[in-house]
Design a protein around this ligand. Structure first.
Ligand code: B12
Length: 243
């Protein structure tokens, strides 16, 4: 389907790398007019429109996952490129993040709804020094939807906070998120802190976040790596032998 949204077509002109342009164009060509409107409103940071259109899409029986992928995440991909290329700056990104949250507020109850008995206890946090939480929150939504009990430690989580939570909640699985190359090493440092505290063997550790790779996860000694929120659920099940 062609991209019909004029605002989005204009946004594409900001993408200078040809491979990125091709990737995003392909992604948007799979979406319809309503999802394109959601993406564009998110890029503009128009939280009221994202709120309204997300509700409208749900009323029109769109799947929550479709709205998330085709509307919200597609828009956020363009925000990320514009931010990296200094076309927009932190305040604009925060406004788009607020719009993302406005949409996610409608999707969360659906993605987290589950009649399944608890599969296990998971502790999730964004590592020390890192304030990005959108991806982590998506993972939490999906984990809860799959039947896990999740304790969210929020952002900027120090190793000792993870350790305290493991002990308090008697959790057997930890999920760490990092979005910055400068905070990624804090995942490894947190694992080292588990070793020093003598609890490394008591928990499985999964890691993720845009810059994290399987190789990096292996190097730091994590038990699992997931590239997105769907993967996160699969890895959690695998690590707890639920598959
Ligand atoms: C939104 C955003 C912000 C917002 C964060 C708001 C919030 N509440 O999260 C704000 C404005 C605060 C921000 C600040 C900064 N940011 Co920022 N930000 C972004 C942006 C645009 C989007 C991130 C996002 O939410 N993506 C959408 C979600 C859905 O994707 P995700 O996080 O990758 O998560 C998915 C997967 O990775 C995975 N996943 C995530 N966690 C986990 C965990 C587990 C266990 C598993 C299995 C899977 C998993 O599943 C998720 C769902 O599918 C990215 C660019 C980008 N496209 O990634 C830059 C980006 C991450 N930021 C960047 C930078 C540089 C910064 C700042 C340093 C800027 C500055 N100069 O101040 C600060 C750092 C603040 C700090 N100390 O953390 C750079 C990082 C570059 C680098 N190499 O490290 C990026 C890549 C932008 C860029 N292209 O330059 N940022």
């Amino acid at each position: 389907m062609p991209i019909t949204n004029k605002g989005l077509l204009e946004e594409l002109t900001h993408i200078s790398k040809q491979d990125e342009l091709q990737h995003i164009t392909k992604m948007l060509e799979k979406t319809d007019a309503l999802m394109q409107q959601v993406s564009y409103a998110l890029i503009c940071g128009d939280n009221e429109t994202v709120d309204r259109l997300t509700k409208q899409a749900l009323d029109e029986n769109y799947e929550a996952n479709t709205i998330l992928d085709d509307g919200l995440i597609a828009g956020m991909a363009i925000v990320g490129i514009k931010f990296r290329d200094n076309i927009i700056f932190v305040p604009e990104v925060l406004i788009s993040a607020r719009a993302m949250k406005a949409g996610m507020a409608h999707l969360e109850p659906i993605l987290s709804a589950s009649d399944i008995p608890p599969l296990g206890i998971v502790i999730m946090g964004t590592v020390k020094g890192d304030l990005h939480d959108i991806g982590k929150n998506l993972c939490i939504m999906m984990l809860r939807g799959a039947g896990f009990v999740v304790h969210d430690l929020g952002v900027d989580t120090k190793p000792e906070e993870f350790i305290e939570a493991i002990e308090e909640q008697e959790a057997s699985l930890i999920g760490m998120s990092a979005l910055l190359t400068t905070t990624m090493p804090n995942m490894g440092r947190t694992i080292e802190a588990f070793e020093e505290a003598g609890i490394r063997d008591a928990v499985k550790v999964m890691v993720g976040g845009a810059p994290v790779t399987q190789d990096f996860a292996d190097e730091m000694g994590a038990d699992g790596y997931g590239k997105d929120a769907i993967d996160c659920v699969d890895i959690a099940k695998e690590l707890l032998n639920l598959k």
